[in-house]
Design a protein around this ligand. Structure first.
Ligand code: KG4
Ligand code: ZN
Length: 342
């Protein structure tokens, strides 16, 4: 079982190998919409109210009629998001997951949220190592060389705004609503991506990203051209962000001699990113894989998947304190080894 509460989705799932038995997500978006962003304190309270109903529903959908007391006969472990994310939100998920696990004599496994995004695609298809992982979400833009399960090297990350954050902020500038990514994506389909040439923040010589200048360029453009069509601004902004992500990701694949790229995180649902990365990948002989949209955004199945990988590898973490800034660290070659589940 996987429990995910790092931001504004209360989620739980049951996964058997690569097969999803249930994947329940309660989205708090309608509640946060009136504040045009996630309010951490409200998120924690909503997680508290919803976490047990969501866990029970995930269990019931996987095993109809099952009760919590049946848990030890039905699952091998309870995984939860240890970080990164909002402190209060993470604490709710960890407390629920760990209490359930301990009550039923099961292992509780803290999982890195970003690792969940990197392996979400494996709930659809097997991916061969090594691959370049591009994790693009509301809080992160990370480029990672993945050599195997639990074996990664973070090549670069954003120095300021994450890709999803840039989408959300530009949507806000245009008065589109929250969360902005899907709204910009939809509006951009009717716009001209060449209406304005926004900067491509490539940062040569590093694998890092930076999107705050791009967002500021959109702001100045709107101030100078208040009558520009929102669909054109969306299309041109989206083109700049997609072009930057695609160039750096495929460059990294070539530089490290890798023939597969895996994308994860909410922004991986972006239709233009999916098209451009896939097409350019084909031209360069690089396979680019995306999870289905429901597995791009936050969910419990991706957390369960990574928990299962750790269980199978016999690498169970210790007490797993929640950490809002938890870095993505390799876990093969470290941790306590238990081979019971091999
Ligand atoms: O991974 P996620 O669900 O939560 C975090 O871990 O942050 O990602 C949420 C982010 C938001 O910024 C949202 O605007 C963005 O993903 N997003 C999109 C799309 N769908 C969600 N951005 C661009 N295009 C989309 N279709
Ligand atoms: Zn996420």
């Amino acid at each position: 079982m996987g429990v995910e509460t790092s931001c504004d989705e209360t989620a739980a799932a049951v996964v058997d190998g690569e097969r999803i038995l249930s994947n329940v997500v309660f989205s708090q978006t309608p509640m946060h919409r009136r504040y045009r962003g996630v309010v951490p304190e409200l998120a924690s309270r909503a997680h508290q109210q919803k976490i047990m109903p969501v866990i029970c529903e995930a269990l019931d959908r996987a095993f109809p009629g099952a009760r919590l007391r049946d848990l030890p006969d039905l699952v091998d472990a309870v995984a939860f998001t240890q970080g990164p994310g909002l402190l209060g939100a993470l604490l709710v998920g960890k407390t629920a997951a760990q209490t359930l696990a301990w009550l039923h004599g099961l292992p509780a496994i803290g999982v890195n949220h970003l690792e969940g995004h990197a392996f979400a695609v494996e709930l659809q298809e097997r991916i061969a190592f090594p691959f370049i992982g591009l994790i693009v979400s509301g809080g992160h833009t990370d480029l990672v060389l993945v050599r195997g399960y639990g074996r990664f090297r973070v090549l670069g990350r954003t120095r300021d705004d994450a890709a999803g954050e840039a989408f959300d902020k530009v949507a806000k500038l245009l008065g589109l609503g929250f969360p902005g990514g899907p709204l910009v994506d939809r509006l951009a389909r009717r716009g001209d991506p060449e209406a304005t040439l926004f900067p491509r923040p490539v940062l040569p010589g590093t694998w890092d990203f930076s999107f705050s200048g791009l967002k500021t360029a959109v702001l100045y453009h709107l101030r100078k051209n208040p009558r520009s069509r929102p669909e054109d601004v969306c299309a041109a902004f989206q083109e700049a962000i997609v072009d930057t992500l695609a160039r750096k990701t495929l460059d990294a694949a070539r530089r490290f001699g890798v023939s597969c790229v895996v994308v994860g995180g909410g922004v991986a649902a972006n239709s233009r990113l999916r098209l451009v990365l896939t097409e350019r990948g084909v031209q360069k002989g690089i396979r680019v894989r995306f999870p289905a949209a429901s597995l791009c955004t936050d969910n419990g199945a991706m957390i369960a998947r990574v928990g299962l990988l750790r269980l199978r590898a016999g690498r169970l973490p210790g007490s797993c304190p929640v950490d809002p800034a938890l870095p993505m660290r390799s876990w093969i070659g470290s941790g306590r080894s238990k081979n019971k589940f091999r």
